[in-house]
Design a protein around this ligand. Structure first.
Ligand SMILES: NC(=O)c1ccc[n+]([C@@H]2O[C@H](COP(=O)([O-])OP(=O)(O)OC[C@H]3O[C@@H](n4cnc5c(N)ncnc54)[C@H](OP(=O)(O)O)[C@@H]3O)[C@@H](O)[C@H]2O)c1
Ligand SMILES: [Zn+2]
Ligand SMILES: [Zn+2]
Length: 352
């Protein structure tokens, strides 16, 4: 075991403060990574605030962070894919059993023995796992991703969660040429969703509550922008969408959006508001519509997404901050005041 600097929250009402955490010594298949950038996902905020207590209560102290990019510093003797000096990335998962049907199908995110990057039982050290708001992390090779060399690293970090979470359901729903696709909420996930829908060739429409994001939405690849609180603007799109991706982090009315789906259209939730959302049966039945949800993506698909981003030069639009500004960033994220992802420059942790 060795010590690593990190930032943690001691309770749902405490700010994140500097701390020291234990990281394990390398086992045969482990990769040790010096973290260069870590994105701030709204899930970090939900979990620090213990908003998901009914499904995954937060264990404190909590070290969040699952959008990790860094450089390999050491590898275990059995590691084949990485050597010291390589770029590497880690997302929301750090381990699974590798033997269940989900793992065998490359869908590790559904493994019953999955280990998430933070706030999950740590099979090596006991306690819970600690995430990327830290100077380093040790992860088994199978859960470490290769980062295309042409990508800006601060902007590549958010691909590990915001990227794969929007890419995966779009691929699954055949988003592409000839499809009309909506993205609800222009935040960290939403702006990646717009970039992917556009790169895949779809007619892309953004639903936002923020008039100030209109120009950005168009620049990111949308061809139309709808102010979702304006019933007239919404009505103009009635029964026209093949697919809508819902990335909204707070309570909202789903029914108004479901009405915009054409017959047999689908709306997929990726946003995870604290409380249940109400669905009127008629919203689904009247157009034989589907409502589904989607969690991140498997490791192979995450690598596919990273390679797609390398090929199309896609990264997140980031505001790079030092770790000392993380609490301020959380307050701004709550107000949807970031364009469009905070990425923490981990070099700033060295001065703690
Ligand atoms: N399924 C998964 O695997 C997965 C993975 C990662 C994250 N998530 C979840 O996805 C959600 C989004 O994460 P994020 O990091 O993209 O968050 P974010 O950057 O805060 O973006 C959320 C966006 O939702 C919109 N919004 C916020 N409050 C709203 C309200 N009251 N009514 C309508 N729209 C509202 C805002 O967009 P406008 O300003 O454009 O309206 C905001 O930018 C979170 O709940 C997060 O936990 C899920
Ligand atoms: Zn996330
Ligand atoms: Zn498994």
């Amino acid at each position: 075991m060795y010590n690593a600097k990190a930032f943690s929250a001691a309770s749902a009402t405490s700010p994140l403060v500097p701390t020291t955490i234990a990281r394990r010594d390398l086992t045969e298949h482990d990769v040790q990574i010096e973290i260069l950038f870590c994105g701030i996902c709204h899930s970090d905020l939900h979990q620090v605030l213990n908003e998901w207590k009914e499904v995954m209560p937060t264990v404190y102290p909590c070290v969040p962070g699952h959008e990790i990019v860094g450089r390999v510093t050491k590898v275990g003797p059995a590691v084949k894919k990485f050597k010291p000096g390589d770029l590497a990335a880690v997302g929301c998962m750090v381990d699974s059993d590798g033997t269940c049907p989900a793992c065998k199908e490359g869908e590790e995110q559904f493994c019953p023995n999955l280990t998430l990057t933070y706030n999950f039982p740590d099979k090596h050290l006991g306690g819970v796992t600690y995430g990327g708001y830290s100077e380093g992390i040790v992860v088994t090779e199978q859960f470490v991703l290769r980062v295309p060399e042409n990508l800006n690293l601060a902007g590549a970090a958010p691909l590990q969660c915001a990227g794969i979470t929007t890419y995966s359901p779009m691929k699954r729903h055949d988003v592409g040429k000839g499809k009309k696709v909506g993205v609800m909420g222009l935040g960290g996930l939403g702006h990646m969703g717009v970039k992917f829908a556009h790169a895949l060739g779809a007619h892309t429409v953004v639903f936002t509550t923020s008039e100030s994001k209109r120009e950005d939405a168009l620049r990111l690849g949308a061809v139309e922008v709808v102010m979702s609180r304006d019933a007239n603007q919404m009505q103009k799109h009635a029964m026209s969408f093949d697919f809508i991706l819902d990335t909204i982090s707070a309570q909202h009315d789903l029914n108004g959006y479901l009405q915009l789906l054409r017959r047999d259209g689908s709306l997929t939730l990726v946003g995870i508001p604290e409380k249940p959302l109400a669905v009127a049966a008629f919203s689904l039945i009247s157009g034989r519509r589907s409502l589904s949800g989607s969690p991140i993506g498997g490791i192979a698909e995450t690598q596919e997404m990273l390679d797609f981003c390398g090929k199309h030069s896609i990264t997140a639009d980031v505001e790079v901050i030092p770790i000392q500004k993380v609490n301020e960033a959380y307050e701004r994220l709550l107000k949807s005041d970031v364009k469009y992802r905070f990425s923490i420059d981990m070099a700033s942790l060295k001065s703690e």
